[in-house]
Design a protein around this ligand. Structure first.
Ligand SMILES: Nc1nc2c(ncn2[C@@H]2O[C@H](COP(=O)(O)OP(=O)(O)OP(=O)(O)O)[C@@H](O)[C@H]2O)c(=O)[nH]1
Length: 329
C-alpha cells in the first residue's frame, strides 16, 4: 500500500484515505463515484472487513484506500504509521442521520495521531447522507460539527490544521462536487490550469468551463467563476449524451489522444446557450457553456464563432499535453 505525499510535481500518484465509523457510507461513496453503481444498489453492499485499495487513472493517478470502520488500526500489527505518512488527503465520513458524537471522538483521535506523522495532510470531513435532513437541519448539523471539531483542535493545540467540511449525499451531485474539490487540492498544476481556463473563458464567451474526468464526472479543474450546481449538472449530463451518441467512452479510455480525431460535440439549448464538449488527454473532456447570442446555428457567424473556439481549445489541449509531458518526466 504505497502512495506519496501530495502535492509533489515529481510524483504521479495521489492517495486518498477514506475513514469513518461502520455504515457511515465509505464503500457506497467509492462505488457510486468511481464505479457508477446506482445509489439505491448500495443498500445491498456488505460491510467491508479488510482495507481495500483501488487505483484510478485520471489527470493524476489516484489511489483510494478504504479502511473498514470496524478495524482497530492502532493495534500493533497494523502499520498505520507508514500508511498515514503516505497519503495526501484523509477523507473522514460522518453519518449525519445517526448520532455523531462517537464519530467526532474517533475523528479527533485520528487527527491527533495523523498530524504527528503527516502534518501537511488535508483533512476533509464529509457530513454525509444529508438527503435525509431538512434544509435547516443540514446547516444546523454542519455548524454543530464544525464547532465541535474546531473546539477539539483547539484543545489538541492543532488550530493551524486545515480541515474542510462538505455536505454530501450519494443521491445527488453533492458527492461529486466534494470529491472534485478534494482531488483538485492534490493537483500540483492546478493554478496553471485555472489560469488557462480563465483565458479560454475570457476570449470565447464561455459562461463556465470544466475539465471533467469522463468516467467519474469529477471535475479536476474549472475556471475561477463560482460553480453553479445546475451548470455542473448540465455539463456532466452532456458527457453521457455524448457517450451515447458516438462512443466517446471507448475513445476517451483508450486514447493517448494522438490517434485519430478527438471527440467533439455541441448542443444548442432553448435559452440560446450552447453546450460544448471537446475530448482532452488522459480520459478528460473539456465541457462548457458558451453564449452565442442571436445566431442561427446554420449561419456563417455561428460556424465562425465555433471554429474560433475549436482553435483556442486545441491550443489549450496542446498546453495541457506539454504541461503533463514536462511535469511527469
Ligand atoms: N440515505 C443515504 N444512505 C446512504 C448514503 N450513502 C450510503 N448510504 C447507505 O449507508 C449504508 C452503509 O453504507 P456502506 O457504504 O456499506 O458503509 P461503510 O462505511 O462502507 O460500512 P463498513 O464497510 O461497515 O465500514 C448503506 O445502506 C448505504 O445505502 C447517502 O448518501 N444517503
Amino acid at each position: 500500500m504505497e502512495g506519496h505525499l501530495i502535492p509533489d510535481p515529481t510524483n504521479e500518484n495521489a492517495t486518498i484515505l477514506l475513514m469513518g465509523l461502520r455504515r457511515s457510507g465509505k464503500s457506497s461513496i467509492c462505488k457510486v463515484v468511481f464505479h457508477k453503481l446506482q445509489p439505491l444498489d448500495t443498500l445491498y453492499l456488505e460491510s467491508t472487513s479488510k482495507p481495500t485499495t483501488e487505483n484510478f487513472r485520471s489527470l493524476i493517478n489516484l489511489s483510494v484506500i478504504e479502511l473498514p470502520g470496524q478495524l482497530n488500526f492502532f493495534e500493533p500489527t497494523y502499520d498505520h504509521e507508514k500508511l498515514f505518512k503516505s497519503i495526501g488527503a484523509l477523507v473522514y465520513i460522518i453519518d449525519s442521520q445517526d448520532e455523531y458524537l462517537n464519530a467526532l471522538t474517533n475523528l479527533s483521535m485520528i487527527i491527533s495521531y495523523i498530524y504527528k506523522v503527516n502534518p501537511k495532510i488535508n483533512v476533509e470531513v464529509l457530513i454525509h447522507k444529508i438527503d435525509g435532513l431538512s434544509e435547516d437541519f443540514r446547516l444546523d448539523t454542519q455548524r454543530d460539527i464544525m464547532q465541535r471539531v474546531g473546539d477539539e483542535l483547539l484543545d489538541l493545540g492543532l488550530e493551524g490544521l486545515q480541515v474542510s467540511f462538505y455536505l454530501t449525499s450519494i443521491f445527488d451531485h453533492s458527492i461529486y462536487e466534494a470529491f472534485s474539490r478534494i482531488i483538485q487540492k492534490l493537483i500540483y498544476e492546478l493554478p496553471a490550469l485555472e489560469n488557462l481556463l480563465d483565458l479560454l473563458v475570457q476570449y470565447n464567451k464561455f459562461e463556465k468551463l470544466f475539465l471533467f474526468d469522463v468516467n467519474s464526472k469529477i471535475y479536476v479543474a474549472t475556471d475561477s467563476s463560482p460553480v453553479d450546481i445546475q451548470t455542473y449538472e448540465a455539463c456532466a449530463e452532456f458527457i453521457d449524451v455524448t457517450i451515447d451518441l458516438d462512443g466517446l467512452y471507448g475513445d476517451v479510455k483508450d486514447s493517448d489522444e494522438s490517434k485519430g480525431n478527438p471527440t467533439k460535440c455541441i448542443s444548442r439549448l432553448q435559452n440560446g446557450s450552447v453546450l460544448y464538449l471537446h475530448q482532452m488527454i488522459r480520459g478528460l473532456a473539456l465541457v462548457g457553456l458558451v453564449r452565442l447570442d442571436n445566431t442561427d446555428q446554420f449561419s456563417m457567424e455561428f460556424k465562425n464563432a465555433l471554429s474560433l473556439i475549436d482553435f483556442n481549445v486545441n491550443v489549450f489541449k496542446k498546453s495541457l499535453e506539454d504541461m503533463w509531458k514536462n511535469s511527469r518526466l
